[in-house]
Design a protein around this ligand. Structure first.
Ligand code: ZN
Length: 489
């Protein structure tokens, strides 16, 4: 930015109490948030103020945190626009209530290092359950970034896109990372097919035309070309090739369609992540490599890949499974990502996986993205429980009643019978794995029924919510921050 263009401005008058950390200079003026979360701008240029919503006087404007002002703010201040994060170590913070960004910023600062954040991140499923739109998600993150004076890069992740229409909805809002999820085209039954069945299915079920390929050519390529990783060749058989093609061929074709559509839909720099984590079958390192090689052949670029890992990555609780077995497999996944990319391994449902963070960091180095979504909402419920336990008890009852329906699109091992009643456990419920999952998947009904009351409480107690988020996420980020920092040095 050209410093000459930043005018010398008077201090903010006593009548406008701005949050000191929020004061942000731009070419032609200064923007800030007031203590009551109103948007404040001062500028000697009337044309700047006239483009905003609010009350104007003495070269200043005070107005609402409205969609129009958010869009204007992003135009005025480049740092408040999301951007692609490339291969930098990064962490995604879903925010289902639109109030969590200040806590996320504080956790990043407290953890240190140079992790780049994704402050706006919502999946299509989350938006449909919360009734929010992509632009609302982006705006909420923008105001949070302004509030805390975050001037570094940050991303906006359109998460788990399954259709071309899904892409359009986020493109209109200006998102910068597009997580393509071809999970519905993955044929997990391939895991159990014998060779004869695989051969038949490979001829008939793979959309070869869309992949500019045919079965014999594909098999010949893999016969001729070994896949060499840092630790040596990745072993595979012709049966493995057939299985990978049957299992993920449709997914590769779908990613190609989606990537082509995305290119038409945006006119600004964006990046792609690929996610097959929400399928019933783990992705083997060879299957991961097969997808990567085929996507490269089709000219597709991406910055992150989320395979389906061994063991269970359930929402809001620690890893379930054999940690050594996970690490042995994960090490190869990370090697594939370095050798055939480089690109990042994206760890979805990444919150609360404390028992495997060290292994993840050890194996990926800095080439990793940690994606969390519902854990900020659980910290919102913790904040509510601190302030109004009867309200929390009603929400918990609602979550328990609806659990059978709420869990439908997730893979959970939750035992409803093991989740204690709220009067026995009180706020400690939020540290009980079964209760966490029951509350986690109930965000749709809970926010539908109690969303406005929750927002009211959190808005009146922003510092409490930010403190809970900081404490919770600092623990998540610290192992990754150490890695990001040592790489940067
Ligand atoms: Zn995911």
């Amino acid at each position: 930015m050209n410093d000459d263009a930043i005018p010398q401005l008077d201090p903010w008058p006593a009548g406008i109490q701005v949050l000191p950390g929020s004061v942000t200079s731009f070419v032609g003026g200064q923007a800030a948030l007031t203590a009551s979360w109103e948007f404040a701008v001062q500028s000697p240029e009337h044309s700047i103020l006239a483009g905003l919503e609010g009350r104007i006087g003495d070269g200043r404007l005070v107005g609402p945190t409205s969609p129009r002002n958010a869009a204007a703010l992003r135009r005025l201040v480049p740092a408040l626009r999301p951007r692609p994060l490339g291969l930098a170590t990064s962490a995604g913070f879903g925010d289902r209530l639109g109030l969590a960004t200040p806590g996320h910023v504080r956790a990043l600062r407290a953890a240190g290092g140079s992790i780049l954040p994704v402050f706006a991140q919502q999946s299509v499923r989350e938006n449909s359950r919360t009734g929010r739109t992509p632009i609302e998600v982006l705006d909420a993150a923008t105001w949070g970034v302004l509030a805390e004076g975050w001037h570094g890069s940050w991303g906006a992740d359109a998460d788990h896109l399954k259709t071309l229409d899904d892409i359009d909805a986020f493109a209109v809002a200006g998102f910068t990372t597009y997580t393509l999820d071809p999970g519905e085209s993955v044929i997990v039954a391939a895991d159990r097919m014998d060779v004869a069945t695989l051969q038949r299915e490979a001829r008939t079920r793979i959309p070869w035309d869309e992949m500019d390929d045919d079965l014999d050519r594909m098999l010949a390529r893999y016969r001729e070309r070994p896949i060499v990783l840092e630790s040596g060749p990745l072993p595979f058989t012709e049966e493995d090739v057939l299985r990978a093609a049957v299992k993920y061929g449709g997914a590769v074709a779908q990613i190609r369609r989606m990537a082509a559509h995305l290119e038409q839909a945006v006119s600004w720099p964006v990046e792609i992540e690929i996610a097959v984590d929400e399928t019933e079958s783990p992705t083997t390192p060879f299957e991961h490599a097969w997808m990567a090689l085929e996507l490269h052949r089709l000219g597709i670029s991406w910055v992150g890949m989320a395979p389906c890992f061994r063991g269970r990555f359930e929402k809001g609780i620690d890893f379930i499974g054999d940690a050594a077995d996970f690490e042995a497999d994960f090490a190869l996944q990370a090697e594939v990502a370095r050798s055939l990319g480089p690109y990042k391994i994206s760890v979805h449902s990444g919150s609360d996986k404390f028992s495997v963070y060290d292994a993840i960091v050890r194996r990926t180095g800095s080439l990793v993205h940690l994606k969390t979504s519902g854990t900020s909402y659980l910290e919102a419920l913790r904040t509510v429980a601190d302030l109004d336990i009867p309200l929390f008890a009603r929400m918990y009852d609602l979550a328990r009643e609806g659990f059978a329906a709420n869990q439908a699109s997730y893979h959970l091992s939750t035992d409803l019978a093991k989740a204690p009643p709220v009067d026995a456990a009180g706020i400690a419920l939020l540290d009980n794995p079964d209760a966490r999952q029951i509350l986690h998947v109930a965000y749709g009904p809970i926010l539908h029924e109690y969303g406005s009351r929750i927002r009211e409480l959190l808005t009146a107690h922003r510092e409490d919510y930010a403190a809970n988020l900081q404490r919770h996420f600092e623990r998540h980020l610290r192992p990754f921050a150490l890695q990001a920092q040592s790489r940067a040095e």
